[in-house]
Write a protein that binds this ligand. Structure first.
Ligand SMILES: [Zn+2]
Length: 238
């Protein structure tokens, strides 16, 4: 696109913005030019974990010993209730804002690069059951993966592993119930696609780690697989 067209586009989107302003999906304030779905204030104030800074990585500790082929695990933020991050993730999941996932995915990719977690071969977003996919219209983890792909240019595989069982919500269940609820819900459809690959599993929020463990345990039956895990947030109350 040449400069004039670009300028005209910018002017028009600014004028349109006066009538139909876009709002930050974190705090609800109108967005400024150059901001996409999340305002700079919200981005600055996110409760970053800084795990790449050799601080105590609670997501590695959480998953260690539960996934035999685990290489690395990284979460960008701590999940805190009644926060901008909770609004962002809620809007991503329940309010038809898939773009928020892509935005967060781009920032997560930056963190993965800093943490040197960029040597994987393929991204597998935690699969949704086909029925849930139909209701929501998209998989929020896949949207985060799409953001990661923009920066790290790695392929996303949504075909090789499926979620074969429709599960009820995990939120009111305790640790044991959560594990019982998810342990056999995934299935590898095309193991040859995954053989000897380093796979990055991507999720929105990790709470007890039960879903990630179940998915990873299913995938790691494929010979030669190594698994890393990345999420936008990890819950502190584990
Ligand atoms: Zn905001």
């Amino acid at each position: 696109m040449n400069n004039i067209t670009e300028n005209i586009k910018t002017v028009f989107s600014s004028i349109l913005g006066l009538f139909y302003p876009d709002y930050c999906q974190g705090c609800g304030k109108p967005l400024l030019t150059g901001e996409h779905y999340i305002c700079v204030d919200c981005l600055t104030d996110l409760p970053y974990t800084y795990f790449n800074d050799s601080r105590k990585n609670i997501v590695s500790e959480l998953l260690w010993g539960r996934i035999n082929s685990l290489k690395k695990a990284y979460s960008m933020c701590y999940f805190t209730k009644s926060s901008q991050l909770q609004s962002l993730l809620h809007n991503l999941k329940y309010n038809n804002k898939p773009e928020v996932g892509m935005e967060l995915g781009i920032y997560l990719a930056h963190e993965l690069e800093n943490a040197k977690l960029n040597d994987f071969d393929v991204i597998i977003p935690v699969p949704l059951h086909a029925k849930k996919m139909k209701i929501r219209g998209y998989n929020q983890s896949e949207k985060i993966a799409e953001g990661i792909r923009i920066l790290l240019t790695k392929p996303i595989d949504t075909k090789s592993v499926i979620r074969k069982v429709f599960t009820s919500t995990q939120t009111k269940k305790d640790k044991v119930e959560r594990w019982e609820n998810v342990k056999d819900i995934f299935e590898v459809k095309y193991p040859d696609n995954l053989k000897n690959k380093h796979i990055l599993i991507v999720d929105d929020v990790i709470t007890t780690g039960a879903t990630i463990e179940a998915l990873a345990n299913t995938i790691e039956k494929v010979p030669g697989v190594q698994i890393s895990v990345a999420s936008v947030a990890v819950s502190k109350k584990i």
